[in-house]
Design a protein. Structure first.
Length: 179
């Protein structure tokens, strides 16, 4: 089977798009402004239904994020990627988890949906030009576990095993400065 230059270019484009989406999810989970910025064009727009605005407004909404949300995790599923030259339309399945401080207790909630991204390649780099969030389902799992008790009745040997939006152990793992 002969692979053409065009087929290889399409493969590389799709992989660069997937990488951008994964970096963005990590940036949002860690509330890392530099990582989020690197995934959007400066003139990008976002519409989440509960928020709509330009990139600067979006970044101010996501970073530092709500103090009531101590931990968040975005799990990306398959992406349908339609590349046409230097533009692409991408639908990505997402399940997001949020630990929300409700005042009297923390609750664990999940949202299932899809990102509809219009992406553009500029100067050889793929980034998001516009994002719309579609919501498919929402689940409130109730009161969050008390991590100070460990997991499944077994205590943690150190405090770094639980995830959180700020100061997560993964920042040290990836060598983020100050860790």
């Amino acid at each position: 089977m002969d692979v053409t230059t065009e087929e290889l270019r399409l493969f590389v484009d799709r992989e660069q798009i997937r990488d951008c989406l994964a970096r963005l999810a990590r940036g949002e989970d860690r509330r890392d402004a530099a990582m989020i910025t690197a995934c959007h064009w400066p003139d990008a727009t976002s519409d989440y239904g509960i928020f709509s605005g330009n990139f600067d407004e979006y970044l101010a909404w996501v970073v530092p994020g709500s103090d009531a949300i101590a931990a968040t995790q975005h799990m990306l599923g398959q992406s349908m990627i339609d590349v046409r030259g230097d533009a692409a339309r991408v639908e990505t399945q997402v399940i997001s988890y949020h630990r929300i401080n409700m005042g009297a207790e923390e609750r664990d909630v999940s949202i299932g949906g899809r990102y509809l991204d219009r992406m553009e390649r500029r100067g050889g780099e793929w980034r998001i030009a516009a994002r719309t969030m579609l919501y498919d389902w929402y689940q409130d799992f109730g009161q969050s576990i008390d991590w100070s008790q460990g997991v499944m009745g077994m205590a943690f040997s150190a405090g770094h095993f639980t995830g959180r939006a700020h100061g997560d152990h993964s920042e040290a793992f990836f060598g983020k400065s100050g860790e």
